[in-house]
Design a protein. Sequence first.
Length: 364
Amino acid sequence: MSIKKFIKEKILITVLLLFAIASIEIFLIPYPYGNFIKIYIPGIILSVYIIGNIIEYFIKKSFYKKLINDLNELDQKYLITEIIQKPDFFEGELLIDILQDINKSMYENVNKYKYMGEEYKDYIELWIHEIKIPIASGKMIIENNKNEITKSIEEELDKVENYIEQALFYARSNTVEKDYYIKTAILKEIVNESIKKNKKQLMNEKISLDLHDLDIEVKTDNKWIVFILNQIVQNSIKYRKQDSTLEIEIYAQQGKNNNILYIKDNGIGIKKGEITRVFEKGFTGTNGRLSNKKSTGIGLYLCKKLCDKLGTAIELNSVYGEGTEIKIVFPHNSLYFKWIISHVCTNNNTKKTNTNTRFLLTKT
């Protein structure tokens, strides 16, 4: 709190007080009081006023300084009303009461929209599960009626199924922590599961796969990481060169602080100026705007979002015309546990509702 601003606030009262003292002096002129009395009374009034203002300034300064420091230390600023104590002066009490009323109103609105969001998410999930039934039925019909036309229909159904899965994971992406199942997993098993999901397309397009050095353990959630890997493989297939065989290489390296999964392809690549934006929501870039690609700009955005939730990192490097390399970085135990602890502590500190987060922590 600035002393200049404090004095500026007191100017009107100070002027009125000086006017009152001057009036008293003028009133006492006709009376035969000594000069001591005429100076003493205004002096006492002025001294009490100055001392009172000095005390008031330091009380307010101490309160606002603590308020600002506490606010700066908080990640969630709206929690300031939970930790700050009410001061002993009226303005401060009024400020805290107003902030508490605002917080209460904010919480009510947040909970309202959160409930609406949960309802919408539940509807989307229900719709997705329902729509999978006719797709599965369509695939069964195609299986029994193999020809060139049904083959094309099956390819389109696979695309629809991929978009539906993407929509399902997108709907769940804001509440990933409710569905965590962290355990020790072998990267080879994760990669094989993803390849299995895409085997028809990989075979039909005669794509060359090179899988090696994948017998490495990581701590992650299989379901979510398989989805992430599936999106990356789908992108490799979608953005392949039309005049050459697509080659996808997937391997892992074990480091001192982390394990890294590499996914490389020799596709069309990404322009240098667009690499920093590939994880942005809705960004399609030059490749996505090609008439035969029909990109949504959601796949890599969702991969990044889910990796952040899982405590893993995802990085992308690409050379236009040569291919793309994506790295998924899995931290070792100490770093991973540190992330879990900080994540749980953050949830507790922000007084979020309890979630059924499940962690299966196994020894390596």
